[in-house]
Design a protein around this ligand. Structure first.
Ligand SMILES: [Zn+2]
Length: 253
């Protein structure tokens, strides 16, 4: 996934600040909307995070001709598909689970968004492994854009940090306007389990048990989010109003 985005976190913060100064809707607090309201589809996501949702759309990143990242013998599209199948098993019986990509085939990002937009009372979780030109970069990351996706992303990242060995092994939570974090009308997050380009992390990813624990971290965050909504995840971020993300956008815009 990393190859699409080259803007630094600092530049993104600056953009967010500028947009926040000019033309943002007022900040949303968890008490401002009931849970029923938070479950309806919404184009901007300027609302509290979901609680009581019934459906989880699982998106295995890449597929078919799009291999995703390659590194130290790993292929992202295959790891993402494995993670999606594992997550489906872990959520079975608790949610209606919809697989966005069922097998190793190419699905355009806009078609993934269109599929997500067919569901109400649902969230979308897109699963990826990462790559960097720097072999030193490592650790799980979670991306979100919408206000209503923050607490789920926060929980996923907290849980993955524990699996990966603590805060210093983690890249943290990132607010990024991507096609799968900005465009769906339901809460949506994009998970990067780790860097295939980092030798140490790629070695950890060799272990099926390690990969399974990362997926369990995501499953348990989803279950907690469904039960508790935003409770315990701190202040919600400021709403930022920006257009849909397009394939033709410059990287990181
Ligand atoms: Zn990816």
């Amino acid at each position: 996934m990393a190859k699409y985005f080259h803007l630094t976190g600092r530049a993104l913060v600056l953009i967010g600040f500028i947009v926040g100064l000019y033309g943002c809707a007022p900040a949303v607090s968890p008490s401002q909307a009931g849970h029923g309201q938070s479950l309806k589809r919404d184009a901007l996501g300027h609302r509290p995070g979901p609680r009581g949702f019934t459906t989880v759309l699982i998106d295995a990143g890449h597929g078919g001709k799009d291999t995703g990242a390659l590194g130290h013998g790993h292929t992202e599209k295959l790891l993402a598909q494995e993670a999606a199948e594992l997550l489906k098993k872990k959520l079975k019986g608790k949610f209606k689970v919809v697989m966005v990509r069922k097998n190793d085939r190419f699905v355009d990002l806009d078609d993934r968004v269109a599929k997500a937009n067919r569901y109400n009372s649902a969230i979308l979780v897109s699963l990826h492994y990462n790559s960097s030109r720097s072999s030193y970069v490592r650790g799980p990351e979670t991306y979100y854009w919408r206000v209503d996706s923050y607490s789920l992303a926060r929980r996923i990242q907290w849980n993955m940090e524990k699996v990966a060995g603590g805060r210093h092994s983690s890249r943290g939570l990132e607010r990024r306007r991507l096609r799968l974090t900005r465009n769906p009308k339901i809460p949506c997050v994009l998970v990067e389990f780790g860097y295939l380009s980092n030798r140490r992390e790629a070695h950890a990813i060799n272990s099926a048990s390690y990969r399974d624990r990362l997926v369990s971290a995501v499953a348990s965050a989803i279950i907690t989010q469904q039960a508790q909504g935003d409770a315990g995840t701190g202040r919600l971020p400021r709403p930022i109003t920006k257009p849909l993300s397009r394939a033709s956008d410059p990287p990181g815009s």
